[in-house]
Design a binder for this molecule. Structure first.
Ligand SMILES: *Cc1c(COP(=O)(O)O)cnc(C)c1O
Length: 367
């Protein structure tokens, strides 16, 4: 959505009265599909669904004349056991984007402020505007990382939510555990902090923050995870949060009822049953990422921040559209974030040579 054409805030033929701040929002734009070549524009998993997933989905399909079980007891219990918490410390929804919206609705209204780093996930500014809250974007550091010191300083008595994205979409940088701890020490304990860890499974740096080690540590912290990326269930829509029961209870009241399908719940359980295979796949993607990054360093790409998710950030600046075109000529659909740069997903092994060839050409373009 960040690169989409803006709707005019003054629409001449509006048939009814609508909220101007909503009309001013750009329409959501998905990562482009690739009719031929490699679709490396949406941080998806290149693998087919894990064994057992299609069978689970098939079983749910036989019941699709029924509403789903909204309480999602099985997957909730399963996640509670995995995280060593009680079921009321787990919230499951139709994707972690749905959860981000639920928490924002629960925490922030007119006049309230939502603090996040920028550039970060393009959903953050959008979901802040929906309930009428005020965006407080805090610029990333020159090396494309969250500036947690500045983010803590941006918190005022109007702040209701602070979003920390690690690894950060789209720059693939992480917040360290130490930085996060210092940040949490400064944020008032009555301000909700969300740690959005959509790509946590791909992180191999031991210094990086890890929600797993923060469970029950801060009463105002909610950790978000998703089955869309490492688990490869993007098409089914399921994500979850871990946090204090009272905060999660408030977020449960803002849900779009019955939006979490049985298909998604059963597929997530089947995926958790295949943890070993999942970890093997994730390790493969992470080492492919590191190999690509090393090759890019060899090409002289000093400006790309070290990647920690399943994607890379090319700070191509004013040459972004030209660089995107170079990728396209090499059979690769990447995602442009005008006017800053390009995000490229680490995909199938067969795409790597095309990525490196295109990157070399782009490096020359920028030189
Ligand atoms: C992909 C992504 C999500 C996950 O979205 P789902 O709704 O679970 O598919 C959440 N946060 C970030 C930063 C992401 O990149």
């Amino acid at each position: 959505m960040s690169s989409g054409p803006l709707h005019s805030p003054v629409t001449p033929h509006l048939p009814v009265k609508l909220r101007p701040e909503i009309l001013a929002l750009p329409a959501y734009r998905q990562g482009q599909a690739a009719p031929t070549g490699f679709k490396l524009s949406s941080n998806e998993n290149p693998y087919d669904p894990l064994p057992g997933v299609l069978e689970a989905v098939d079983a749910a399909t036989r019941q699709l004349h029924r509403y789903p079980n909204a309480a999602a007891p099985e997957i909730t219990g399963r996640l509670a056991a995995e995280w060593g918490v009680e079921p009321d410390e787990v919230i499951v929804a139709a994707g972690s984007v749905a959860l981000l919206m639920q928490f924002t609705l629960a925490a922030a209204g007119h006049g309230d402020e939502v603090v996040y780093s920028w550039r970060s996930f393009e959903v953050y500014p959008w979901m802040t505007v929906l309930p009428g809250a005020t965006k407080v974007p805090v610029p990333n550091t020159p090396d494309h990382r969250h500036d947690l010191v500045a983010m803590a300083a941006a918190v005022t008595e109007r702040t209701r939510l602070v979003l920390v994205c690690s690894p950060n979409n789209p720059t693939s940088s992480v917040v360290t555990a130490e930085e996060f701890e210092a940040f949490m020490a400064k944020v008032p304990t009555d301000v909700l902090v969300i740690l959005d860890e959509a790509y946590a499974e791909f992180v191999t740096d031991p210094a990086a923050v890890n929600g797993r080690r923060l469970v029950r540590r801060y009463p105002n912290l909610v950790i978000l995870r998703t089955f869309s990326k490492a688990y490869g269930l993007a098409g089914l829509r399921i994500g979850y949060g871990i946090g204090s029961p009272a905060i999660l209870a408030a977020a449960r009241t803002t849900i779009v009822p019955l939006s979490l399908t049985d298909h998604a719940q059963l597929a997530a359980i089947a995926s958790l049953d295949r943890g070993d295979e999942l970890r093997h796949r994730v390790a493969e993607i992470s080492s492919r990422r590191d190999a690509v990054y090393d090759a890019l360093l060899e090409q002289g790409w000093a400006s790309i921040p070290r990647p920690h998710g399943n994607f890379l950030w090319y700070p191509t600046g004013p040459k972004t559209e030209e660089a995107l075109e170079v990728f396209r000529r090499h059979g690769i659909v990447a995602r442009a974030y005008l006017p800053d740069g390009i995000r490229l997903t680490i995909g199938e092994a067969e795409s790597v040579q095309n990525v490196l060839d295109a990157s070399e050409e782009i490096a020359r373009l920028l030189a």
